[in-house]
Design a protein around this ligand. Structure first.
Ligand code: TPP
Ligand code: MG
Length: 372
């Protein structure tokens, strides 16, 4: 399919003007109001093939995590498990615009979907969640500490903000190899993902400063889902529009509809282009929402039903499906086929992970030091 989804731009503007007429229930809060009033940014144009690739990746993330919830409640997984349901357009929109196994990625404790978008096999991610030796962190990390050298995933981090300086280090490495060591082809870009709540801690500001000072090739990707566990973003920060904090450091900042994968992809492409061209970092704020509680231990009784309803109507996977079909780039049958294939991948990874061995007790002290 060579036809491009150029209709996306028109659809985005149409959506913006149509939604402006719909009243946002006050219970949905100012995060919803802000999302509704977003200026439609230039979305990515995608071919049919690219559109289906994005659909596949988001569907994999969603269905993988629905299965995680089932396995957690059946007692197959232990510890804290944080799901990404609803936020898939951010992971897919950014990571699939980057060069896999070349660029670098850094996540948080909400890391399963980032790992899958980076190309870590579902078998390895599910095994890690079960603490098995076949996991991407060899069963040592669990849900919050996914890592893959092969796929350039620099880790999930249980402590908020811990991944940001690690990502900064990766971006510094790209620049140092090129400028100090003369490796002209060193053009890798790093993406650091983190939440709105994390933008109120010191490491965030220190890293923005260094990245701007040294013009490092990095994307600071804020997944603003309004909530930091039970803390409303608007009660916790001086200026809720996080993207505007970029200006204080003289770097590019952009806010984008984090429920629209083409909008996120478009913004990511612009930021990646600047980073590879040596023009430095971007602070990209994606307005999004998590469809489930903070973790699987959270009964999610705090957030208003009207707020959940507002965002459920903006499900990124359903939105992309409708747009691909409306633009004639995919049929219902194409999408059903992808879903069927994903379901087979999920069933396979669970079976694989359940049958996989536990890490051997004799290896307890292995993989602690870099030489292992
Ligand atoms: C350094 C540190 N302080 C406190 C916590 C406890 N904590 C866990 S999650 C969280 C909220 C983070 O919210 P946000 O950055 O918005 O990410 P989200 O969970 O919404 O993806 C906090 C404060 C922590 N993990 N690490
Ligand atoms: Mg949050």
């Amino acid at each position: 399919m060579t036809q491009e989804l150029t209709a996306a731009r028109a659809t985005a503007s149409a959506n913006a003007s149509a939604s402006a007429d719909i009243a946002v229930p006050p219970e949905a809060g100012s995060h919803a109001l802000r999302h509704q009033g977003l200026y439609p940014a230039e979305p990515a144009s995608v071919s049919g093939e690219e559109g289906l690739m994005l659909y596949r990746d988001m569907t994999l993330g969603r269905r993988f995590e629905d299965k995680c919830a089932e396995m957690y409640y059946r007692g197959k997984m232990f510890g804290f498990v944080h799901l990404y349901n609803g936020q898939e357009a951010v992971s897919t929109g950014v990571i699939k615009a980057m060069k896999l196994q070349h660029d670098w990625f850094c996540s948080t404790y909400r890391d399963h979907v980032h790992a899958l978008s980076c190309g870590v096999p579902a078998r390895e991610v599910m095994s890690e969640l079960f603490g098995k030796a076949t996991g991407c962190s060899k069963g040592r990390g669990g849900s919050m500490h996914l890592f893959s050298r092969e796929h350039h995933l620099l880790g999930g981090y249980a402590f908020i903000g811990e991944g940001i300086p690690v990502a900064l280090g990766a971006a510094f490495t790209s620049r140092y190899k090129r400028d100090a060591l003369g490796q002209a082809d060193s053009d890798a870009v790093t993406a650091a993902f983190f939440g709105d709540g994390t933008c109120n801690i010191g490491q965030f500001y220190e890293c923005l400063n260094m990245a701007a000072l040294w013009k490092l090739p990095i994307l600071f990707v804020v997944e603003n889902n309004r909530w930091a566990i039970g803390m409303d973003h608007n009660r916790a920060t001086s200026d809720p529009e996080i993207w505007r904090k970029a200006a204080a450091f003289g770097m590019a900042g952009e806010e984008v509809d984090g429920m629209d994968v083409l909008a996120v992809r478009g913004a990511a492409q612009r930021a990646i282009e600047r980073a590879r061209a040596g023009e430095g970092p971007t602070l990209l704020e994606c307005l999004t929402y998590r469809f489930r509680g903070h973790s699987l231990a959270d009964p999610d009784e705090l957030r208003a039903a009207e707020e959940k309803e507002f965002w459920a109507k903006r499900d990124p996977i359903k939105q992309l499906a409708a747009r691909l079909i409306a633009a004639g780039l995919a049929s219902e049958a194409d999408l059903k086929q992808i879903e069927k294939e994903i379901d087979a991948v999920i069933a396979d990874c669970v079976e694989f992970a359940l049958a996989a061995p536990e890490p051997d007790g004799s290896e307890l002290t292995k993989y602690i030091w870099a030489e292992d």
